[in-house]
Design a protein around this ligand. Structure first.
Ligand code: NI
Length: 424
């Protein structure tokens, strides 16, 4: 084991590009293929990876419907001689590199798109009406193919096994749980994931220990009053006025019940009531979401939420019931893996930004509930945030991200073997 470890740490082949000469220049505004310092093999490969990304972008599929995407990725992996492992998945797929022995590190990419009509005008824009890769999961899948290709080349020397998880249905927060249930984490010692980040420049990686993405819960508040003629409101109990006060009062949770040092969001995103102009209905329904980075903050918000909805409703003589739909817990990065990621990024000549977080949620956190994990933000220099119809990705970020994942997978396997040796 020691001998293998030394050879991996001392080599200057493409997997260790950073120390000898960066295959990927963080200052380059163009794809790495235009970077004169890049290794020739990486140049060709990164062009292929970009082509893969753009193909996926043209043919987006929604959560749980990723059949063509799965078939396409399977073909790419098979062409690279990478073995597919059957977990009986409907969509998404799992593959492995390495002997199948030793510690296992999992690399995860999500692959689903969103029900959004693309407005980028790109040459490779979505060909499917109302479907778009507006969160860059096409990029994540291509990055993982790139990392797989780099790792496949070193397969004989890998100090363990790398399991590749191409996960469906992230946007519905279902895919991770499906894969976990199928058994993909069996034997896995660490899980690594990545998400593009438009507000970070290309060449910068957000690497932060601890909570970095929020826990998310959806709510439905049903306010029940008594219907009446619009001209005779005193004969009923108006659920619309009650709901309006509830919406306003809910905003005080963040301002009055959560410390300035804690981060959280309460958003009401839907208000439904009534169906004509001269009748006060008997019911109003509110929907929305809460986000926070800490379980105790999360439960405090839910407690205040119920008190406010119930209390305000009763003040108006109405009743309010609150139903929660549980979303993912916060993404919380393991300290040791985060430190390893930082070492790898520096070694590859990438800039590291610490303290980058997002109030969005990610079902990657379900894996982290089972095994230690690290989730990285890959800078993509975008003008638009995730889920915008004009969201665009800069493919120049792809080679650096693929190299980083591959390098981090190797370092993680070494880390896991050391941990096992210590325990022995
Ligand atoms: Ni996403």
């Amino acid at each position: 084991m020691t001998r293998v470890r030394e050879s991996l740490f001392n080599r200057t082949d493409p997997l260790r590009i950073g120390e000898a000469k960066p295959a990927y220049s963080p200052d380059a505004g163009l794809p790495a293929s235009a970077d004169s310092t890049a290794e020739p093999s990486i140049i060709c490969e990164s062009e292929e990876w970009i082509a893969i990304r753009r193909h996926l972008h043209r043919y987006p599929e929604l959560s749980g419907e990723e059949y063509e995407t799965t078939a396409y990725l399977r073909e790419r992996l098979e062409n690279l001689g990478i073995r597919i492992v059957d977990y009986g998945l409907e969509t998404g797929l799992v593959a492995e590199i390495g002997s199948g022995e030793g510690p296992i590190a999992a690399l995860r990419a999500d692959i689903d798109a969103l029900p959004i009509e693309e407005e980028t005008g790109l040459e490779y824009a979505s060909t499917r009406p109302g479907r778009m890769h507006a969160c860059g999961h096409d990029f994540h899948a291509a990055v993982l193919i790139g990392a797989a290709q780099l790792l496949k080349r070193r397969e004989a020397e890998l100090p363990g096994t790398v399991r590749l998880l191409f996960q469906p249905a992230e946007e519905r927060a279902k895919g991770a749980r499906q894969l976990i249930q199928a058994g993909v984490l069996q034997g896995v010692g660490a899980v690594i994931g990545q998400h593009n980040k438009p507000d970070l420049p290309v060449g910068t990686i957000g690497i932060t220990a601890g909570p970095i993405m929020a826990a998310s819960d959806g709510f439905t508040v049903t306010v029940r009053g008594t219907a009446s003629h619009a001209a005779v409101p005193e004969a009923g109990i108006d659920p619309i006025v009650t709901a309006a006060h509830i919406v306003t009062a809910l905003q005080t949770i963040i301002g009055r019940s959560i410390s300035a040092q804690e981060r959280a969001v309460v958003s009401v995103t839907q208000v439904h009531a009534g169906n004509t102009w001269n009748v006060i209905p008997d019911t109003a329904v509110l929907q929305g979401t809460i986000r926070s980075f800490d379980e105790s903050v999360h439960s405090r918000i839910k407690k205040r939420f119920a008190e406010i909805a119930g209390g305000v409703a009763s003040a108006f003589g109405a009743e309010a019931s609150v139903r929660w739909s549980g979303g993912p817990p916060p993404v919380v990065n393991d300290a040791a893996l985060t430190a390893l990621a930082g070492i790898c990024a520096h070694g590859l000549g990438l800039r590291v930004a610490e303290g980058i977080t997002s109030p969005a949620s990610e079902d990657f956190s379900f894996y982290q509930q089972k095994v230690p994990g690290v989730f990285l933000f890959v800078g993509t220099s975008g003008d638009r945030e995730w889920h915008h119809p004009a969201f665009e990705l800069n493919d120049a970020a792809l080679p650096g991200a693929a190299s980083l994942l591959a390098e981090l997978a190797v370092r993680t396997l070494l880390h896991l073997s050391e941990t096992v040796e210590k325990e022995d």
